[in-house]
Design a binder for this molecule. Structure first.
Ligand code: KG4
Ligand code: ZN
Length: 344
């Protein structure tokens, strides 16, 4: 079975081909990505209407590229998968519309996929693929969640952010420091030159006794520090970036360890854009090694949004019998869609 996957939920157009059947875990045949970062940079963030229009321009050329790279034609595609949500409504509609049009033209079924499920399963494409069950730390631009994952479609929410996501905390703090968009990678790069102990920043909900997160206060604390420094901020930027990153990472690490302890599970999967963070990976590796816990990450280039994770999630859902693809091509998208609400 060959699945064509299309991702268009935000500012990246991703298309990929995944093959399932021969091996227990589906295999990535080809994938291509176009990032809109440069286009949105002038505005300091994603402009939804521009995002939608750019997805329209990119998606078919990317699909052609992927098919050529895999050395097959459209007729080889058995299922067309797309991101159904959550994300920007207009951007999602592009992927859904193209997928359903392709499906109808080819007479092949289609399958709408939850974006976070794509992230969650993305480590299955890495050389060191996980096994169920595991605890998943999902950190994207809009979500920070800890889930217990017992199998495909069997996700139990353990905790989540009550306000901003960790990715948002990275992005908003980076903006305050004048690092532009997207802020996470830029802040993380600058942090490498700074002293993480330089500023005492809050670790929100660290001792709350549950697995929820809160990052909105941290952004305010960074703003307060930046204001206090005034003119003196420029030479201290790297220190403030390092201290901010340390605060976010410490909370993510401690809560992940608490989730492992609460569930008794010995395997952790880290996924979503924030999972690309170096300090987070280093600290999780060290803490988990100490406890004999296995940690799995997606390959770095599949940590942020891509089509491969969407094709993979579709293939895994179909293989697990969790869902069947449909030839009813009327589609809807779900800009807001909690992961634990997806049908098993
Ligand atoms: O999963 P993702 O690519 O898109 C969404 O589904 O939202 O995640 C994007 C988020 C952004 O907030 C971005 O700043 C953050 O992931 N991010 C990082 C790093 N790379 C991406 N945050 C910290 N360190 C990084 N290296
Ligand atoms: Zn994402």
């Amino acid at each position: 079975m060959i699945v064509l996957g299309i991702e268009s939920s935000c500012d990246e157009t991703g298309v990929a081909l995944v093959e399932a059947g021969a091996s227990p875990v589906p295999r990535l045949r080809a994938h291509a990505l176009h990032s809109q970062v440069e286009m949105h940079q002038a505005y300091g963030g994603v402009v939804p209407e521009l995002a939608s229009r750019d997805h329209i321009r990119r998606v078919l050329p990317l699909a052609r590229h992927v098919l050529a790279e895999a050395g097959c034609g459209l007729d080889a595609v058995d299922v067309v998968a797309y991101t159904r949500g959550p994300g920007l409504a207009g951007a999602l509609l592009v992927g859904a519309g193209v997928a359903c049009a392709l499906g109808a033209a080819l007479g092949r079924p289609v399958l709408g996929i939850h974006h976070l499920e794509g992230h969650l399963l993305s480590p299955f494409l890495s050389a060191d693929a996980p096994e169920f069950p595991f605890v998943a730390l999902l950190g994207s631009g809009g979500h920070t969640q800890l889930m217990q994952v017992d199998g495909v479609g069997r996700y139990t929410l353990l905790g989540e952010t009550i306000d901003d996501a960790a990715g948002e905390a990275f992005d908003k703090s980076a903006k305050l420091l004048g690092l532009g968009y997207p802020g996470g990678p830029a802040l993380s790069r600058l942090a490498q030159q700074g002293d993480a102990q330089a500023f005492k920043l809050p670790r929100p909900l660290l001792h709350s006794g549950d697995l929820d997160f809160s990052f909105a206060g941290l952004k305010t604390a960074v703003l307060t520090q930046a204001k206090k420094l005034g003119e003196a901020l420029a030479p201290r930027k790297a220190d403030l970036a390092a201290s901010t990153e340390a605060a976010i990472v410490e909370v993510l690490v401690k809560k992940s360890l608490a989730a492992l302890k609460d569930t008794g599970l010995r395997r952790l999967v880290v996924a979503g854009g924030v999972g690309a963070n170096r300090r987070l990976r280093e600290q999780l590796d060290a803490e988990c090694a100490r406890r004999g816990v296995r940690v799995h990450y997606p390959e770095l280039h599949l940590c942020t949004d891509n089509g491969a994770m969407i094709a993979l999630a579709a293939a895994m859902r179909l293989q697990a019998g969790a869902q069947s693809a449909t030839t009813a091509y009327a589609f809807d998208v779900r800009p807001r869609w909690p992961l634990h609400e997806i049908a098993a």
